[in-house]
Each structure stands twice: as structure tokens, then as C-alpha cells.
Design a protein around this ligand. Structure first.
Ligand SMILES: Cc1ncc(COP(=O)(O)O)c(C=O)c1O
Length: 476
């Protein structure tokens, strides 16, 4: 390609070598990262000094040098969540389709706010969401869905829609117009984004009632019934129950059928936060563990947690398109006009300007096809089972029960939270694996390992087990 034909090139600038080097960087990434440590610890001062020494934004810097240096910084000072020995938070390695997709998105930079500005992009998103929605709710005909920045925005969308639907006056006059204090309920193991959401929807953090979990770490449905009864007697307005399908700490699934029954009897909205666990609906083996989700009024499901796509690709699904339309309604003369037969995303979602988030999900699903995707998901579940068995063999006690690949474990030699922290710190200093510590209600501190990579195999499981035993002997 002649240099001047390169997108975005300035006069006389040859971008070809930059993109060629970028391609090499992409192609060598996986092998290089497999042999690198999972993390190298660093202080904020060290990173800041290094950046300050090189960048004052005064003079232009040639693009290939920038590319190389940023790559080096990221290589060195990033916890490598794409590594198969990263047993961490819900951050998967990325399928190549996602890299190609995000490059195309940056190149075309389509604006999805109005359908007419990005017909192809909006329909690609719609097709993708319709497909995933049909896996979530095979029986439901009337659904609406959108891509979000992540699970927090999808949960926010759910609370706004539920508030607007349950209290029609909320949209115009706000919480102060309601005849009592609105109340929403989620387990003490639910995601903390809900607290922030209660804060910034104006109903206040105290509107979120955290319901205790049983010894299985699942929301206690009896305790939920009692909490709702108490609040009603005190004149409060229970409007929403959030069930979690795959809790952040322990990967457990709340009793969704019981929550659905309560919501139906009480006329409340049921939202299921399946940010990570939603992906189980793709697998014939895991699908039943989500039983009850079909009764949800809305669902959060993040493609960037377990579907091997780059961040941020959250998704919000709802079975009440009219409620979503009322909650996010907007219309103005400066936007392009409506298109017959299509809705404009700026008037049905939280966002206004809208990035083409869905392309990486579309291209990943299309590239893999259903069977390969199912194999990836089920392989991770199998690795979770293998890890549980191996840890028990090594004398660890598994403290969570879930078919999903999050394993929480402890042992009596580790006396309190400090011993767990010391063990993990020792592992971080060695940099060969990454796991975390969690505090579980009624259990206390435990180690947490999640299989987040479709490339994690028995070699990485053995590495983790031997690192843990080594840490037990030498840490603290
Ligand atoms: C259950 C659950 N819900 C919501 C979120 C928030 O998702 P995000 O970080 O994509 O905003 C998380 C994040 O881990 C989560 O585990």
C-alpha cells in the first residue's frame, strides 16, 4: 500500500512500518506472554517518574517509537490477565476476533447514537443481542437489549428502568414524589456497584437492603421475605430484588426460582445480575444452573467477563421494551430524525454518543461458532472441577459450592486474614501465578482462584498447587 493511502497519515508521513510493527507485536504477543511473569510489582512513583522523564507533550514524538515504548510499559507493569496462570478476577484473554474488531471500530469510529448514522453497526449489535437474548430467554418474544460499558452500567440501567416502571411519577418528579422510601434488595454477596447505583439514582445507599446469605453463600429467601414484610409494615416501598448468578467472590448462584416467586407475589421487579455467570446459558452442561433466570424482568450479562472479548462489553437485557423506552426517552431537534422500523439507541439507553461495542462480541461469536464456544466454556468448568479435586488432595478445604469455575479454599494453618495476605504477597513476589483473598460471610478469609482463561490447562493447575504449597512453607 502506498504510504499516503494509509488512514490518518500526515503529508509525507510513512505509517506503513508502524502498522507492520504493530502486526508483529500482535502476532508475537501470546508466545512472549506465556514465558513472561504474570506480574511485576511496581510503585506508583516508579511508573510516574518513568512517564514524566519521557513525556511533556511539548514536541511531537514519532508514532512507531511511541508504539514500542507503550508496549514495553504495558508488558512490564500490567498484571497479565491474559496469562493462563492468572486465576483472578473476571478478566479473560482476548480472542483474536476482538483485536481485529476493536481496530475496525477505531478506524471507522461509527456513531451509534442514532440508527441512521450507523445502520450496519446498529444492526450488527441488534443481531448479536437478539441471539444472546434468545439463549437467555428461549421462550420470550418481546425483549430489548443494549451494550453497556460493563456490568455496573447494566445494573444501573436495570435500577433506572425498575424505578421508572414501578413508580411512574419517579421519572418527572424524582424520589421525593414517592409516598414512602423505595427499597431494593440483594444479598450481602452481591456486587457493590448496587450501592453506588442507589446513591446516584437519588434513592440513597440506605435504600439497598443487603439480605444475609445462608451457609451456602446464597441469598436466604426466607430472610428476604421477612425483610420485605418489615419494610412494608414500616411504610417503605419495596420495588426491586436483585439476584446474583455467579457472585464476584465465590461464583455462587442465588435461588432464582424462589426470588421469582417472591417478586411475582409482591409485584416487584426481578433483576438478575449474571455479569459473569450469564455465559453459563450457552453451555448445555451448565445451563440448568441458571434455572429461574427466565422469570427475570431484566438481566445483566458481561461479554467481557467470560466470552473472551476485550473490555468493556456489558449487556443489558429487558423483557419490557415499553418500560425501557419510557425510562430513557429523549428527543431533540439536533439529533438526526427517527428511522421507521428502528429505534435510536440514545433514546433507549443510559449513553448518548455510543461506541461500536458489539462488534467484538459479534466477531468473536461468528469466528468461533457455537460448538467451539461451548467447548471453551465447558473446558473452564472442567478445569474448575479438576482444581477443586487437586486442592482437596493437597489438604485444602473448599468452602464454596458452585458448578462454575471459581474455587474458594482455606486451611487451618492459616490463622487469620494476615496469613492469607502474606501467602498471596509471597506468590505475587514470585510472579508465577495470580490469585486473590476474599472474606466470605460466616466463613472468614479464604483464597480465591477463578479459571478465567480458555487456555488454562492441567500444567497451570499444577503450577498453582505447587506455588501454594511452596508459599505455605515459606510465606510470612
Ligand atoms: C456480579 C458482578 N456484577 C457486576 C460487576 C460489575 O461489572 P463491571 O466491572 O463490568 O462494571 C461485577 C464485576 O466483577 C460482578 O462480578
Amino acid at each position: 500500500m502506498p504510504a499516503e493511502a494509509c488512514a490518518g497519515a500526515a503529508a509525507g508521513e510513512d505509517l506503513e512500518p508502524v502498522f507492520e510493527a504493530l502486526v508483529q507485536q500482535v502476532l508475537s504477543f501470546r508466545d512472549q506472554h506465556r514465558s513472561d511473569p504474570v506480574l511485576e510489582e511496581v510503585s506508583p512513583a516508579e511508573v510516574r517518574d518513568r512517564l514524566a522523564a519521557s513525556y511533556d507533550f511539548e514536541h511531537p514524538i514519532e508514532l512507531d517509537g511511541l508504539r514500542a515504548e507503550v508496549g514495553e510499559l504495558l508488558n512490564r507493569w500490567t498484571v497479565d490477565v491474559t496469562h493462563p496462570a492468572y486465576f483472578g478476577l473476571f478478566n479473560p484473554p482476548v480472542d483474536p476476533a476482538g483485536i481485529v474488531a476493536d481496530t475496525l471500530v477505531a478506524l471507522y469510529n461509527p456513531q451509534l447514537a442514532a440508527w441512521s448514522h450507523a445502520a450496519a453497526a446498529n444492526e450488527i449489535e441488534r443481531l448479536t443481542l437478539d441471539h444472546l437474548g434468545s439463549l437467555l430467554w428461549p421462550e420470550s418474544e418481546s425483549t430489548i437489549a443494549s451494550f453497556t460499558s460493563g456490568g455496573a452500567e447494566a445494573n444501573l440501567s436495570a435500577v433506572i428502568v425498575a424505578l421508572s416502571h414501578q413508580f411512574p411519577e419517579f421519572g418527572n418528579r424524582g424520589a421525593r414524589a414517592l409516598p414512602g422510601a423505595p427499597r431494593m434488595y440483594a444479598s450481602e454477596e452481591s456486587h457493590h456497584s448496587l450501592l453506588k447505583i442507589a446513591h446516584f439514582t437519588g434513592i440513597g445507599r440506605e435504600a439497598l437492603q443487603l439480605v444475609p446469605t445462608g451457609s451456602d453463600l446464597r441469598l436466604d429467601a426466607g430472610a428476604l421475605e421477612r425483610a420485605i414484610g418489615r419494610d412494608l409494615a414500616a411504610g417503605a416501598l419495596p420495588f426491586l430484588v436483585v439476584g446474583t448468578a455467579g457472585t464476584t467472590s465465590a461464583g455462587v448462584i442465588d435461588p432464582l426460582p424462589a426470588l421469582a416467586g417472591i417478586c411475582e407475589r409482591r409485584g416487584m421487579w426481578l433483576h438478575v445480575d449474571a455479569a459473569w455467570g450469564g455465559t453459563a446459558c450457552i453451555s448445555p452442561r451448565l445451563r440448568d444452573s441458571l434455572a429461574g433466570i427466565e422469570a427475570a424482568d431484566s438481566v445483566t450479562w458481561d461479554a467481557h467477563k467470560w466470552l473472551s472479548v476485550p473490555m468493556g462489553a456489558g449487556m443489558f437485557f429487558c423483557r419490557h421494551p415499553e418500560a425501557v423506552g419510557r425510562a430513557f426517552r429523549a428527543s431533540t431537534g439536533y439529533m438526526p430524525g427517527d428511522t421507521t422500523g428502528a429505534v435510536d439507541p440514545y433514546s433507549t439507553t443510559v449513553q448518548w454518543s455510543r461506541r461500536f461495542t458489539g462488534l467484538k462480541v459479534f466477531m468473536t461469536l461468528a469466528r468461533l461458532g457455537r460448538q467451539r464456544l461451548v467447548e471453551r466454556i465447558e473446558r473452564q468448568a472442567e478445569m474448575g472441577d479438576l482444581l477443586r479435586a487437586g486442592l482437596e488432595q493437597d489438604g485444602w478445604e473448599i468452602v464454596n459450592r458452585t458448578p462454575l469455575p471459581v474455587v474458594c479454599f482455606r486451611r487451618p494453618e492459616l490463622a487469620g486474614p494476615e496469613s492469607y495476605d502474606a501467602l498471596v504477597k509471597f506468590l505475587y513476589e514470585r510472579g508465577r501465578v495470580w490469585i486473590s483473598v476474599v472474606a466470605l460471610p460466616g466463613i472468614g478469609p479464604a483464597l480465591r482462584a477463578c479459571i478465567t482463561s480458555y487456555e488454562t490447562g492441567s500444567a497451570e493447575l499444577e503450577l498453582l498447587r505447587s506455588e501454594l504449597l511452596h508459599g505455605l512453607e515459606n510465606a510470612g
